[in-house]
Design a protein around this ligand. Structure first.
Ligand code: PMV
Length: 299
């Protein structure tokens, strides 16, 4: 038997960085998925775009830790992913969660989804040193989720376009940028603390706007959120070029998503093709996707 499970990536509608200081954020699963097939085998093998290895904590750290964590019999694992790696879209959480779920079913281990989310977070911490539970939670359960309450909000049905600068992809980037914001906050508390509080207010207002599917207002607040992330020093020129291209092409709103420092931006729009074309014309890689309520699932 072979078991295949897929798990989604995520974007932040509001609140990255401020969430580190206890403010609320809204994270959303998107229909970009990583598929992992697990099959009982004579020896452990892990195959991905990078190549085929055995248990290898350098080349395939997330999958290797997942195999170790589940204490499973030998399995061969095959990974296929739509999610750009190390760009703030939760690629590492998706591969971890999909691997745990596939092994769980293939080896009949009987874990629940809550266990998968918890183990996924533990693995991200082991590999990265620190990690918020957001990515693994959203990848496991899907949907539009308020952090840290984990309250599930309405699913949005407008289009999403992600613009990737294809620069600065690195799993270490988040830690560096979080530290950079912490330093700025320490140096200029009177200036930075209110910015962080204001970013938190977007998620609070966003909760109501999401339930009303008020895309115009969500877009406006995304634009303001982007401006304040820029003020925190985590934006780059390349990201802003893509953000402005998306807005000029008619998006409701656009902002960087995740830690920043290159990586990806996200736009809400009802004309995803126009927005994607504008992003490509400005030198970015555009990915048209949508919100999804489906977290990890067997396929
Ligand atoms: O770039 P990502 O997807 O790792 O998002 C980072 C989000 C931060 O708020 C900057 C950090 C965090 O752990 O919440």
């Amino acid at each position: 038997m072979t078991t295949t499970c897929s798990a989604p990536g995520k974007i932040y509608l509001f609140g990255e960085h401020a969430v580190v200081y206890g403010e609320p954020a809204i994270a959303c699963a998107v229909e970009l998925r990583t598929s992992v097939s697990a099959k009982s085998a004579d020896a452990i093998t892990i195959s991905s775009d990078i190549g085929t290895t055995g248990l290898d904590f350098e080349v395939h750290p997330y999958v290797s830790f997942a195999i170790k964590k589940m204490d499973s019999p030998n399995v061969s694992i095959e990974i296929n992913s739509d999610i750009p790696v190390g760009s703030g879209l939760g690629s590492s959480a998706a591969v971890t969660v999909a691997t745990l779920a596939a092994i769980n079913i293939e080896c009949r281990l009987g874990y629940e989804k809550e266990d998968i989310a918890r183990m996924g977070h533990e693995i991200e911490k082991e590999v990265q040193g620190a990690a918020s539970p957001t990515d693994t939670f959203v990848s496991t359960f899907g949907g539009v989720v308020e952090i840290p309450s984990r309250k599930r909000l309405n699913l949005l049905d407008c289009g999403i376009v992600i613009g990737n600068t294809n620069k600065g992809a690195s799993p270490k980037k988040t830690a560096k940028l979080v530290k950079q914001v912490a330093q700025l906050k320490e140096e200029y508390p009177e200036t930075i603390n209110p910015i962080i509080k204001t970013i938190g207010s977007f998620a609070r207002q966003g909760e109501v706007l999401v339930s009303e599917k008020d895309y115009n207002s969500l877009g406006k607040l995304m634009n303001v959120n982007h401006g304040l992330l820029d003020a925190l020093g985590v934006c780059t020129m390349e990201l802003s070029v893509l953000v402005y291209a998306a807005r000029n092409a008619g998006a409701y709103g656009a902002k960087l998503t995740g830690a920043g420092g290159d990586g990806c931006m996200v736009a809400l729009t009802d004309s995803p093709r126009d927005v994607a074309a504008a992003i490509e014309k400005s030198g970015g890689q555009a990915i048209i996707t949508r919100f999804t309520s489906e977290g990890v699932k067997q396929v």
